[in-house]
Design a protein. Structure first.
Length: 125
């Protein structure tokens, strides 16, 4: 049961690969503003031609643009592979082992959702 973990909400992007809820490998992208150049190549590298059964995606809080890039990539891959997305709070980072475990439990309980629901709240001046 392969899982792809993806979070692009912060200054660093985290990509993880888990098997049955246990983290097997991870890639940290530190390029920041050039994330889109390295994200898909890093995902391809970590998966090594495997197809995950779901994608765990970080939903923030964090960078609006970074969150959108990660969300669009996750939704596109989820649609192409016909697999669910499991959202998680980016406040759990950098503990990818915990994220792998929690998202695996959510998947087994059927709490996966086919789309990401992102909510942004801004204080009024």
């Amino acid at each position: 049961m392969t899982t792809l973990i993806l979070d692009t909400t912060g200054d660093q992007a985290f990509i993880g690969l888990a098997e049955s809820g246990l983290l097997q490998s991870k890639i940290i992208i530190t390029e920041g503003r050039q994330l889109s150049k390295f994200l898909l190549a890093s995902i391809q590298s970590i998966l090594q031609a495997r197809t995950p059964i779901y994608i765990a995606i970080g939903t923030g809080p964090g960078s609006f643009t970074g969150t959108r890039v990660g969300g669009i990539v996750a939704k596109t891959l989820g649609f192409a592979w016909n697999i669910p997305l499991i959202p998680f709070s980016s406040t759990l980072l950098p503990d990818l082992e915990l994220i792998a475990s929690l998202s695996h439990e959510k998947y087994l309980l059927g709490e996966g959702c086919p789309q990401i629901e992102l909510v942004y709240i801004s204080p009024t001046p």
